[in-house]
Write a protein that binds this ligand. Sequence first.
Ligand code: FE2
Length: 487
Amino acid sequence: MRFPKTPNYSGFFAPSGVEAEVSHIPVIEGEVPADLDGAFYRVAPDPQFGPLAGDDIWFNGDGMVTMFRFKNGEVSIKQRWAHTEKFLLEKQAGKALFGAYRNPLTDDESVKGKVRGTANTNVMVHGGKLLALKEDSPPVWMDPETLETIAPIYDFGGKLTSETFTAHPKIDPDTGEMLAFGYAAKGLLTRDIVFYVISPKGEITNEVWFEIPYYCMMHDYGITKDYVVFHVVPITSNWERLENKLPHFGFDKNKPIHLGVLPRNGTADDLRWFSAPNCFASHVMNAFNEGTKVHFDTPMAEGNMFPFFPDIEGGAFEPQKAASRITRWTVDMLGNTDDIEMTRMTELVGEFPRIDDRFAGKKYRHGFLLVQDFDKPVDLPGGRSASGMMMNTLAHIDHETGETDTYWVGPVSSLQEPAFIPRPGSTEEGDGYLVVIENRLAEMGSRLLLFDARKLAAGPVATLQIPFRIRMGLHGNWAPAEMIAAA
Ligand SMILES: [Fe+2]
């Protein structure tokens, strides 16, 4: 038997293993705008083999990349596994060789020292390369047109000095630079961070090294015009946990959070730290600065949001404390306090925040996210996210008016993270579309939905049938045709 019959491998979470090429998929309702020319890339964990230890968390599956290519009002699909070093070694062996999530002590002896990355968290095109990313390892370089893996371990021509590379790099919309970082950059569990500036052609042009107050899962971060912003949150670990075969991360409710702000052209000496009491935040909607005042918008929860990374003292998971709401953290680089001012931006409970990426790092108005609407019925709960949330609603928050616009997907479906597609020829913020995968739980199938980003309540402008089930995924991004062809 290839996979165990555990919740992580059953129902909608059953591994897919589908590598596919479909020339066009049926439009069920509406119309795909004929002028959309580009691709929506996204990735999901999809294990090639059953786990060594009998079960594993969803986060540890091998990265399966999907490309939805939009052209002339039609959408075609390619879906391929990212060929990581781990994937290739296990394929050759015909079985799993790597053990638990972020714990090399559980690996087969034959793969000691090999790269454990799964490339399952994010995919984006930069410098003509499709990069498949997992925060514990270097990028995987894939061909943006064919999805062939070109380099299982991409080190930027030998210039990558870190052992790791974030799955949430940002593209500066003005310069085209990719701004990225690595945590545990000098090795597993180390407190070393490196921040990288990568030119539009894909060359590392600057790096800054520093240490964080304690090792943590530094999953995302923020960029502004003048600064980069790192949040240290109390999802932490140590060798003792790994030796005891506990989940790599655990939540420490005794630790404060920290916010490190680094001037983009500065050195580690210019980094300033701010702090606030214990809480949880992982993804970042956007950040921006007004002079030396830095704003950082994040879905923030009172307590642990990850039941699979339990309380380090054995405390029970508290779902009511896991509810996250977009909150603005503000600090002043020249201020006389190290405290973080916190302002809640909405009462909607949600995660997977996105923006019109042309406004990354800038003062912005439009935010998008997946929301859990508790007032709506849930007939089939099998499509919950890994954290247990039932993402049944797509939401738009207008930070200027405070108004929200939402679309509920119904009681037998859930949604995956949206990506923003600018309307061709437009420059106005929010003028464009949101592309979203709908998990059709009753039929174990999937649809692709396209919305006008500022008219969500009106429903999708196009609904497309995907001819196979798309596994629950993490992140993705749009790339216009000229970026794909640049490869
Ligand atoms: Fe993420």
